[in-house]
Design a protein around this ligand. Structure first.
Ligand SMILES: [Zn+2]
Length: 102
């Protein structure tokens, strides 16, 4: 299920560029797992002229608390999130996919 942005701009429906951008963000988020979602939003939050955490929470449907956690994790180079666990969750799907294609 794709989250519908709840920000003011999307509510009023006036700025189609912003609406499209927020829809893209949510489309992308719908294919990510939970940690990836908060890291992506945290990455957006750290960019210049980025929306506030509160705004990003409305756009993404994530808690502000979750976004702050994502930022903290990125700041410490994801040291608290073992790469092994991530790999296992992905199950080496990428490699298998390449093989079937060639
Ligand atoms: Zn929006």
């Amino acid at each position: 299920m794709i989250h519908q942005c709840e920000c003011e701009t999307c509510h009023t429906g006036l700025d189609t560029e912003v609406i499209k951008s927020h829809q893209r963000i949510n489309l992308f988020l719908s294919r990510l797992n939970e940690p990836q979602r908060r890291w992506y939003i945290a990455t957006l939050a750290e960019e210049a002229n980025s929306p506030s955490d509160r705004q990003l929470a409305l756009i993404s449907g994530l808690d502000e608390k979750t976004i702050r956690r994502g930022k903290a994790e990125l700041q410490e180079q994801l040291a608290s999130v073992p790469v092994d666990r991530q790999r296992r969750a992905g199950g080496g799907r990428w490699r298998a996919e390449k093989k079937t294609r060639s």
